[in-house]
Design a protein around this ligand. Sequence first.
Ligand SMILES: [Zn+2]
Length: 123
Amino acid sequence: MSIERTKGQLVGAVSVLVEHGVSLDEIYELVNEGRREAKVIVPAPLAPAADAEIEFGEIGPEGYSNMRKIRQSDVAACPHFILVPEHYREDGTCLCDDPDAPGMAEWGYEWNGGRWAASGEES
Ligand SMILES: [Zn+2]
């Protein structure tokens, strides 16, 4: 759900509450309650974990296979944030510096002699 949509829902909810005679002080209390709950329930996802992993896999007739986990920090280190597990070596480095990296040309990247660049990107 997008944050803009959630904000829109909040505005809608506030106008319904006001229509029904709920005071702004009460609404303010409700918002504060939500804020306190948010702090209690979701502290972990707000703090980025250095070694958080993204799990990749394939679902087919035989079930779930080819599962591989890539660290978020490795994806963040890729200049193009490529979300394809084969783009990452076992040590977590990515193939943007490998002229033979599979997929890069077909995905529209151009080899500029040192690394794969987005087409039109200054080298
Ligand atoms: Zn890369």
